[in-house]
Design a protein around this ligand. Structure first.
Ligand code: DAH
Length: 340
């Protein structure tokens, strides 16, 4: 028995294989249920008791050696195989890495910023969590104004003084409080309103606020600025029209329409036959607002305007459902190409 163990041991030690299959054959021959090592273990029953300890030890050593050798060989062929025969087809086209694209709202926001920066407007921003003063009171919005209603405004704590801003007009107040005229700035940002989500309304959207304060700023300056913007954004042939309106923080106030960019004013289903579509609110900053922000309303005047980025984007790209902007479906998003 001892001799057979020795013989098998040297057979194992000297064994060399050319490939994986060869190793597997060897494993079956040595270690499988009918293999030589298993056979010796079977015969171990018949070994005389005084030899058992020694033979048992040798047998275990043999088994371990066999296992080690087989593992070693397997490893050797596996790594060789990986290099020689990699399991991939190198002729396949490479998997492309999606580089993504800019969100349509960012594209349009950047375009708005770029157009106004050509007129010397800087870019400013303010907090999305606001206090009542900046969002309403300083903007001449009386305590009983419907815009303060719980239905429109999100209050984020028990404290009714803290709101999610409902308009970027709040940034006007920060700017006027913290700088001296002349002021020429636009403030893009996200705003929140407690509205039911539909194709035309959302609880979050984006606005760009504009503010111009200096000596002798007139309504004609406002009109010319907005005409320039509209032509740059929607094309040279675009016309504008200002309709009287009301905002608490402007006096006089107006809403501005542009000639429908689709039918050029002839009337279509986008402008509902009117030939015009509304794009923003504007007006001359109310002297009370200037005073609230410690700007002398006898010396300075100014204009302000506010537009919805979603609205402009929908008109530019004929997007009919506002919700698409917030769903992040790449099939929608990848259709937009950045221009600036
Ligand atoms: N804040 C107004 C809104 O959210 C938009 C607006 C209108 C802003 C007139 C202005 C403005 O600065 O002068 O509906």
């Amino acid at each position: 028995m001892k001799n057979r163990i020795e013989d098998l041991l040297s057979e194992i030690e000297t064994f060399a294989a050319d490939n994986k299959e060869h190793v597997e054959e060897f494993r079956i021959k040595i270690l499988s249920k009918k293999g030589k090592v298993t056979e010796l273990f079977e015969e171990f029953k018949n070994v005389a008791p005084e030899l058992r300890k020694e033979v048992g030890q040798k047998l275990n050593e043999l088994k371990n050696k066999a296992q080690e050798k087989i593992n070693e060989l397997k490893e050797q062929f596996e790594s060789k195989d990986d290099v020689k025969n990699p399991n991939i087809d190198l002729t396949l086209p490479a998997e492309s890495i999606g580089i993504g694209s800019r969100h349509p709202l960012s594209i349009v926001r950047n375009q708005i910023v770029e157009i106004f920066s050509r007129l010397g407007f800087t870019v400013s921003d303010g907090p999305e969590v606001e206090d009542d003063w900046h969002n309403f009171t300083a903007l001449n919005t009386p305590a009983d104004h419907p815009a303060r209603d719980m239905q429109d405004t999100f209050y984020i704590s028990e404290d009714p003084d803290i709101v999610l801003r409902t308009q970027t007009s709040s940034v006007q107040v920060h700017i006027m409080e913290n700088s001296k005229p002349p002021i020429r700035t636009i403030s893009p940002g996200r705003v929140y309103r407690n509205e039911a989500i539909s194709a035309r309304a959302h609880c979050q959207f984006h606005q760009v606020e504009g503010l111009y304060i200096d000596k002798n700023v007139s309504f004609a300056d406002l009109k010319q600025t907005l005409l320039y913007f509209s032509k740059e954004m929607f094309g040279e042939e675009t016309k504008i029209r200002l309709r009287p309106s009301f905002f608490p923080f402007t006096e006089i106030s107006a809403e501005m329409d542009i000639s429908c960019p689709f039918c050029k004013g002839a009337g279509c289903n986008i402008c509902k036959g009117a030939g015009w579509v509304e794009i923003l609110g504007c007006g001359m900053v109310d002297p009370a607002v200037l005073q609230n922000c410690k700007i002398d309303s006898k010396q300075y005047s100014g204009f302000a305007f506010g537009m919805g980025v979603e609205r402009i984007t929908m008109l530019k790209y004929q997007v009919k459902d506002l919700r698409l902007f917030f769903e992040n479906d790449v099939r929608f998003l990848k259709q937009f190409k950045a221009v600036v």
